[in-house]
Design a binder for this molecule. Structure first.
Ligand code: ARG
Ligand code: ZN
Length: 414
């Protein structure tokens, strides 16, 4: 009976939560199969339409492109595709169904009791904070927490510093995740990294010569909003006039406002009214600048698509150390593939993905002088945006094997 009761409580929660959330009823996920660069160019015309949401990146690679479309726009959308001769099929007939399924899995997963962390669900911001507090209490010699700023809605942005020596001058690897709210696998990956570095004795060697500073949730307002209100929210939650939120990964002050950004507050790639308009961007900027000589590697986790990207995103020109960035990327990829993960596409953002200015990685390299900077687009979900909760652990374990290679490289180079 206890189990039945618990399940009933869970279902009640789901019904209550669903009633408050934005409905994706009738939204469809179209899987497009463009067969030429010309067809991709045509798709670019509708790339930033409000009711059309490109989940995968718009480029010609022989890979299908996933697009979520609102019910009222579907006729026009398919008419456009047919007219241009772009083949497609329907990957998800009703997005609300998979949102509900995920919500159900999330809610039926056991609640993490104070301080434990689970990799069979996506943890809420509060659970993540409780886990970090627990680590700080249990490993006072190894772990320090620093609040680096406050979000628009007043949440604390917290960095966990993992170091065998307080106040050390070791090289630092700075990692963030979750700048884009809906990319839930990214904070999960950061948390797994934290867990392995702190709780797994077998990984102590990764701390011998290097300190790790990790911000697991860059955009907590957006993250919570995507959990409770709109699953596919991407931006921050600042007030911007017509619509809310800024794409913090278009908000950094290096070639800000240039290619691949929008000046419309309703766009998902809205760059903000000015560079560093977002408190979240400023907090990360200041944290990195304060340690700019010590930070030797910057990693930022996103999902999805299996890309290992490095600067530049604002130009197709290659950085002076393209060869080094690529070969380190290859080492990382080899380790992930050896662990059973899917292979990554490696290259500069502009050349292998798309141009987009104002990203954190470009700024880290171009302004803060952190020469080694990567955006890691983690693996895709089976059907939805992120993998089903039951698949999280496998993914984060495989990717961790690659992250170790980053650690080894910094240890060897500095
Ligand atoms: N998917 C990421 C984004 O759209 C890729 C960012 C790559 N970095 C860059 N500077 N453009 O934000
Ligand atoms: Zn992203």
């Amino acid at each position: 009976f206890g189990h039945v009761q618990q399940t009933f409580e869970g279902i009640k929660d789901i019904v209550v939560a669903a009633a408050w959330a934005k409905s994706y009823d009738g939204y469809k996920l179209y899987r497009l199969h463009p067969t030429s660069k010309d067809q991709v160019e045509l798709l670019k015309k509708i790339e930033n339409a409000d009711k059309i949401d490109f989940w995968s990146h718009l480029r010609f690679s022989g890979q299908p492109i996933d697009v979520m479309v609102e019910p009222t726009t579907q006729d026009a959308f398919t008419w456009f595709l047919n007219m241009q001769g772009i083949k497609y099929d329907i990957a998800i007939d009703n997005i609300e169904r998979i949102v509900n399924e995920e919500r159900m899995q999330q809610m039926l997963a056991p609640r993490s009791d104070s301080g434990s962390i689970s990799f069979s669900k996506f943890n809420r911001f509060e659970e993540i904070n409780a886990y970090m507090d627990k680590l700080a209490a249990d490993y006072p010699k190894l772990v320090q927490l620093e609040t680096i700023g406050q979000t628009t809605e007043g949440r604390e942005m917290r960095v966990i510093q993992i170091s065998t020596k307080r106040g050390s001058r070791k090289p630092v690897i700075f990692v963030d995740a979750g700048i884009h709210a809906r990319e839930w696998l990214a904070p999960a990956q950061a948390l797994y990294l934290i867990k392995e570095l702190v709780e797994n004795e077998a990984n102590r060697h990764l701390l011998e010569k290097v300190d790790w500073h990790i911000l697991p949730v860059f955009n907590p307002d957006g993250y919570e909003y995507s959990h409770t209100k709109a699953r596919f929210w991407r931006k921050t939650r600042s007030n911007q006039g017509a619509c809310k939120g800024t794409d913090a990964n278009r908000n950094f002050g290096y070639h800000w406002g240039e290619v691949g950004t929008s000046d419309s507050s309703c766009s998902d790639i809205f760059r903000g009214p000015s560079a560093f308009s977002e408190p979240e961007s400023r907090a990360v900027r200041d944290y990195i600048l304060y340690r700019q000589n010590q930070i030797k590697l910057y990693l930022t986790f996103h999902s999805y698509g299996n890309y290992l990207l490095y600067p530049w995103g604002f130009t197709s020109a290659l950085p002076h150390d393209d060869k080094e960035l690529r070969s380190l990327g290859e080492k990382v990829n080899n380790a992930i593939v050896a662990a059973g993960g899917n292979s990554y596409t490696i290259g500069t953002s502009t050349n292998v993905l798309y141009p987009a200015a104002g990203g954190t990685d470009d700024w880290a390299k171009g302004v803060a002088g952190v020469e080694l900077a990567y955006t890691i687009e983690l693996p895709a979900g089976g059907s939805g945006f992120d993998p089903a909760p039951s698949q999280i652990l496998g993914h984060v374990q495989q990717t961790f094997e690659g992250i170790k290679e980053f650690g080894k490289y910094i240890e060897y180079k500095f």
